[in-house]
Write a protein that binds this ligand. Structure first.
Ligand code: ADP
Ligand code: ASP
Ligand code: MG
Length: 426
């Protein structure tokens, strides 16, 4: 029996009962002969509540102090979980990200892990303990300050520790039974996927399927760590995410589907730069301004310029949380770049269809657009990759659009409805 890393999300440890339930599960894994490292998120919606609190004292909370605040959430759950395990007669020790050796760069609020040196975790395990690690946090190698990895970052902590400790599997416990063909909160007839490749999971995750964070999947692919996504509320087998279908005992051979699923994302906004002179260097200047502010953008479109004016519009999408910063930065460059005005729209949604089979099946794009049109959904922006098509629509249309596409591609399950065990979906 080897070492397993188990990660429990906020919904799994939302209250004292949840913590006790999870503690039992962890102890069972230990009793089965595993060395167990647990990564835990903040309880329930604690992180959101801390953010709300910060916004009441500072309009755009950011930087060092914001990270100090947010990491408090995971400290609470890690200590309580260690206590609950001890209460069951087993030894457990909790560690902050810094104590666990999670070393990051110094970009506050979205730091990247650059190294993991889990010496203290190894020692704790060798001494027979269960090691509990606070997710979503690390320490900057340069500034020595505490950092956070961005929302949902505990998934990345778990995979990074699994890689550093050479774990046999990284189990991600959440409030649904695995990765589904769409968010079960939106599509009741979503189907659980038995196995999905890193490649397709990466696209789903970066298109908004928050059941796994894309950085965590990237990390797992790089170090070839199999991930098992499953519910902490049921004993069911979940979804294996790996290079090849997992040869688990008794598992039936599973094949890659043509379409893996439909993802949606309502966390982005659209900025339109209106009246940009249609000459070389203008787009470069706009996106340099955005990049210099450490803002990641997603889709970009430039309209055909009106011949009479020689002016064009450029639209792009970005996380809503970066909207204010982007607008402020662009306003400052208005006269230098020479555009007319800025429009900000946060009532948008992105809907994506993902599947490696798209490469070899013509007509997927046409069927996708037909499904949206039949549902009366208007498309505002389009972007594609080899295995994904994404569109931007009005936020109001998102549920309707996801369901229509899910049905059109034959993904609806004809058996049980997908179960959501907990969480507020916030
Ligand atoms: P945790 O607190 O465990 O980290 P998250 O809320 O981050 O949980 O992720 C689990 C949620 O992801 C589910 O409750 C579900 O609403 C959502 N989700 C979105 N897309 C999918 C999908 N394709 N399959 C499963 N869950 C999904
Ligand atoms: N607690 C953090 C968040 O809510 C990290 C995580 O849950 O993964 O984003
Ligand atoms: Mg999560």
């Amino acid at each position: 029996m080897g070492l397993v890393v188990q990660k429990y999300g906020g919904s799994s440890v939302a209250d004292a009962e949840g913590i006790k339930r999870v503690a039992k599960r962890i102890v069972d894994a230990k009793k089965n002969g595993h060395q167990v490292v647990v990564v835990v998120s903040a309880m329930g919606d604690t992180t959101d509540e801390l953010i709300d609190l910060a916004e009441q004292v500072s309009p755009i909370p950011a930087g060092r102090e914001f990270d100090m605040l947010l990491t408090a959430g995971e400290r609470i759950s890690m200590a309580l979980l260690a206590m609950a395990i001890k209460n069951l007669g087993h030894e457990a020790q909790s560690f902050t990200g810094s104590q666990a050796g999670v070393i990051t760069d110094s970009v506050h609020n979205k730091a990247r892990i650059i190294d993991v040196t889990p010496g203290r975790i190894r020692t704790a395990l060798d001494e027979g303990n269960i090691a509990i690690v606070a997710g979503f946090q690390g320490v900057s190698a340069d500034s020595k300050d505490i950092t956070t990895l961005g929302r949902g970052g505990s998934d990345t902590t778990a995979v990074a520790l699994a890689a550093a400790l050479d774990a046999e599997v990284c189990e991600i416990y959440t409030d649904v039974d695995g990765v589904f063909t769409a968010d079960p909160r939106v599509v009741k007839k979503a189907r659980k996927i038995d196995w999905i490749s890193f490649e397709d999971m990466l696209e789903l995750a970066s298109s908004g399927s928050k059941v796994l964070l894309h950085r965590c999947v990237e990390y797992a692919r790089r170090y070839n760590i199999p991930i098992h996504v499953r519910s902490s509320f049921s004993g069911l087998r979940g979804t294996w995410v790996s290079n090849e279908p997992h040869a688990e005992q008794g598992a039936r051979k599973v094949e890659q589907a043509i379409i893996s699923g439909v993802a949606h994302d309502t966390s982005e906004a659209k900025i339109t730069v209106v009246g940009v002179p249609d000459k070389p260097g203008e787009a470069a200047a706009i996106f340099r301004t955005i990049a210099d502010n450490e803002i990641n953008i997603d889709m970009v479109v430039q309209n055909v310029s009106a011949a009479s004016t020689g002016l064009t519009d450029i639209s792009f999408t970005l996380p809503k949380t970066e909207g204010r910063k982007a607008i402020d930065a662009l306003e400052k460059t208005k006269s230098a770049i020479g555009f007319e005005s800025l429009r900000y729209d946060d009532q948008i949604a992105k809907i994506s269809l993902v599947g490696a089979g798209m490469k070899t099946n013509p007509g997927v794009t046409a069927s996708f657009f037909e499904a949206l049109s039949d549902a009366g959904v208007n498309i505002e922006l389009i972007s594609t990759s080899e295995i994904r098509i994404s569109v931007v629509t009005r936020a109001d249309d998102v549920k309707e659009a996801v369901r229509a596409v899910h049905t059109a591609f034959g993904l609806d399950s004809d058996s049980d409805e997908a179960v959501v065990y907990g969480g507020t979906g916030r």
